[in-house]
Design a protein around this ligand. Structure first.
Ligand code: COA
Length: 205
């Protein structure tokens, strides 16, 4: 039986569990540091916290982190990898990923997402429902593209950046590390590291 451990009993975690079952994982078990206060993530049981997962990691054929905070997700992912966990990535069967694109370990690509030719997605990224990543885009580790984000060709998104729901980024624009792009923004110019940009066209606030 294929057993998958998901760290993070969140709504996002439930989406991953549902997707994992579609992809043939037969036994999906959650871990969350809020155990014992949280016993379940929807219909899936929560077995323990991070330390329990690390202690039993060899019992799982795969492990993935389902934590929305980009920094925490990467940190937990590093911990699991150092503990010998088999970090997997999950790509929804109804996502379209070019055979010439790459997706790093621990990343997830949700239903309706499109990743086009020569795009590279780092480790521990979330390419959320219906997001599109056009040709030649480069995403660093721990990036989150929220639902319905559109990146035109050749866009760069630095590590740990979060692009809010429905935002669009013009071709060849470079977004720095640790940036927050607000929901619905239209990014038409490069953004430096660790800023927040909102609006149409997006302005740094
Ligand atoms: C940008 C963002 C992170 C700011 O969150 P926040 O710090 O809690 O900000 P607040 O809600 O307190 O809003 C602060 C101000 O910014 C404005 N603002 C917030 N988000 C905005 C946006 N996306 N575009 C334009 N203005 C925005 C608010 O109207 C408010 O303005 P005011 O001070 O004139 O009243 C958040 O609004 C956002 O867009 N998050 C993305 C959500 C998302 O993608 N969810 C899906 C996850 S899968």
């Amino acid at each position: 039986m294929k057993r998958l451990a998901i760290l993070g009993a969140s709504g996002h975690g439930k989406v991953l569990a549902d997707m994992a079952e579609l992809l043939g994982w037969q036994d999906v078990i959650f871990f969350d540091d809020a155990k014992p206060w949280i016993e379940k993530a929807g219909r899936w049981r929560v077995e323990g916290g991070t330390s329990e997962l690390i202690a039993t990691i060899q019992a799982y054929n795969g492990a993935i982190v389902a934590i929305g905070d980009n920094l925490v997700r990467l940190d937990k992912q590093r911990l699991l990898a150092e503990s010998g966990g088999a970090l997997i990535s999950l790509v929804h069967p109804q996502a379209s990923v070019s055979r010439y694109a790459s997706i790093g370990a621990g990343s997830v690509v949700m239903a309706g997402a499109v990743i086009n030719v020569d795009a590279h997605v780092g480790k521990g990224c979330i390419i959320n429902t219906g997001a599109t990543v056009d040709h030649d885009c480069e995403l660093g580790d721990g990036v989150h593209l929220s639902p319905g984000v559109h990146l035109a060709g050749g866009v760069k998104v630095g590590r740990e950046s979060w692009v809010g729901i429905g935002a669009s980024v013009k071709q060849l624009v470079s977004i720095g590390d640790g940036v927050v792009v607000g929901a619905g923004a239209a990014v038409v110019q490069n953004l430096p590291d660790r800023c927040t940009a909102l609006g149409v066209p997006a302005r740094i606030v």
